[in-house]
Each structure stands twice: as structure tokens, then as C-alpha cells.
Design a protein around this ligand. Structure first.
Ligand code: GDP
Length: 210
């Protein structure tokens, strides 16, 4: 079993130029439309209520926030670290056009240029799986992702769907995960998937993937 045993805020950056200077490719980027539940998921995954601010004003934060996260693999007692990166929520309508432009340019620059990213996590509200903006984000990620980077789609707030609706969503998006931060569902699985992607190189060497 893999757990997150520590998480702390490190810094905020307004754009890629101000991002932390590091050679490690261990960033896990969380991205979502505003209000999809990104902060709640970060808090639930790290078991740290106040880590990311669950905002009452959607779209307010325009900074890229960095968190140092420590994983513990209970089987091997090994600890390892990664950076969780909270990107500003996109697609918020109530900002002026010029702000929106700068903001989205920051996001697209970050996504397409930051080589330290290992995994892109695109969060989608399970009740609105087909919004144009999410489709364009998926396509953008797919087009800009390097061969050594991964994309994971996670549906949030699955507590809002009944069993039948959940099965239909699973059928339509077989590669996506489903979570509920408020009901703490899917957390361990999400942590394990993130951990395995971050450690894929070691696992290949050990032959675990065989
Ligand atoms: P963010 O803007 O993407 O960071 O979203 P927040 O984490 O601030 O959440 C937006 C709203 O959705 C808040 O009112 C949360 O309480 C609610 N929310 C977040 N996750 C869940 C969930 O798993 N289930 C339900 N029912 N509500 C959630």
C-alpha cells in the first residue's frame, strides 16, 4: 500500500519563468475548470484539510502553487518525494478578456514547456463530461505531451451520480478514474496510480512490469 505521509506548500509562481528551479521530473500537475473540485481533491489525497484553498470565489487564484509531497510505500518502507502542482482553474467566464488571455497563456506555456512534469491530471466534473473546454484541454494535452509524460483523466464528485450513471460513465471513459473527495472514495487508488507513474523507471528496471 502507498500513502502520502506529508505534504506542504512550498511556493507560488505567476508563470513558468518563476517556477522552482529543479532537474527532477517529478511534477504532478492538477488542472481543472474552476469549481470542479481540484482543491478538495488535493486536500483529500494528502489528508491535509487546509493545503489547497477550497475557494468560495471560483477562479480567483491565478498563481501556480507548489506542494512537496512525501509518499510512503508500506511494503518496502521506502519514502519518496514529488511535487504536486496546482494550476489555476481555467475557463472562468467572469474575468476580463485581457486577464483571461494572460492567464491562459501562462497555463499553456507551463503545460507545453515545463519538462519537469511527469503526469498531467485533468479533472472533470462527472456531471459534465463532455464540455467543449475540457475536450480542448484533453486535445491540447495530447498534442503537447512528451513521450515521457503521462495524462490521467479523473472524474470528480462521483457521489453526485447513482450507480447506473457511474457505470455508463465508466463504459464511456474506460481509462478515466472516478473519485469523490467529500466521501473519500478512490483516494488510495489515485495515490497508487500517481505513485506508479512517478516510479515507472525503477519498476521497469526491477521487472515489475513484466
Ligand atoms: P476548485 O475550484 O476546483 O478548487 O474546487 P473546490 O475544491 O474549491 O470545490 C468546489 C465546490 O465543490 C466546493 O463547494 C466543494 O465543497 C465541492 N466539492 C468538491 N469535491 C466534491 C465532491 O467530491 N463531492 C461533492 N458533492 N462536492 C464536492
Amino acid at each position: 500500500m502507498v500513502e502520502i505521509v506529508d505534504a506542504k506548500f512550498i511556493t507560488s509562481a505567476p508563470n513558468i519563468d518563476a517556477a522552482p528551479d529543479t532537474d527532477e521530473q517529478n511534477e504532478v500537475v492538477f488542472m481543472a475548470r474552476s469549481n470542479v473540485g481540484k482543491s478538495s481533491l488535493l486536500n483529500a489525497l494528502t489528508n491535509h484539510k487546509g493545503l489547497a484553498k477550497v475557494s468560495s470565489t471560483p477562479g480567483k487564484t491565478r498563481l501556480i502553487n507548489y506542494f512537496d509531497v512525501t509518499f510512503l510505500d508500506r511494503d518496502s518502507s521506502q519514502k519518496s518525494t514529488a511535487k504536486f502542482v496546482d494550476l489555476p482553474g481555467f475557463g472562468y467566464a467572469k474575468v476580463s478578456k485581457s486577464i483571461k488571455y494572460d492567464w491562459e497563456k501562462n497555463l499553456t506555456d507551463y503545460i507545453s514547456q515545463r519538462e519537469q512534469i511527469k503526469l498531467f491530471i485533468h479533472l472533470v466534473d462527472c456531471r459534465h463530461p463532455d464540455l467543449d473546454i475540457d475536450t480542448s484541454v484533453s486535445e491540447f494535452l495530447f498534442d503537447n505531451c512528451a513521450p515521457n509524460q503521462y495524462i490521467l483523466q479523473i472524474f470528480t464528485k462521483v457521489d453526485k451520480l447513482n450507480q447506473k450513471e457511474q457505470s455508463a460513465l465508466r463504459k464511456k471513459f474506460p481509462n478515466a478514474m472516478m473519485v469523490s473527495s467529500s466521501k473519500k472514495r478512490g483516494m488510495q487508488k489515485a495515490i497508487k496510480v500517481i505513485y506508479d507513474i512517478l516510479h515507472e523507471d525503477e519498476q521497469e528496471q526491477e521487472g515489475i512490469d513484466d
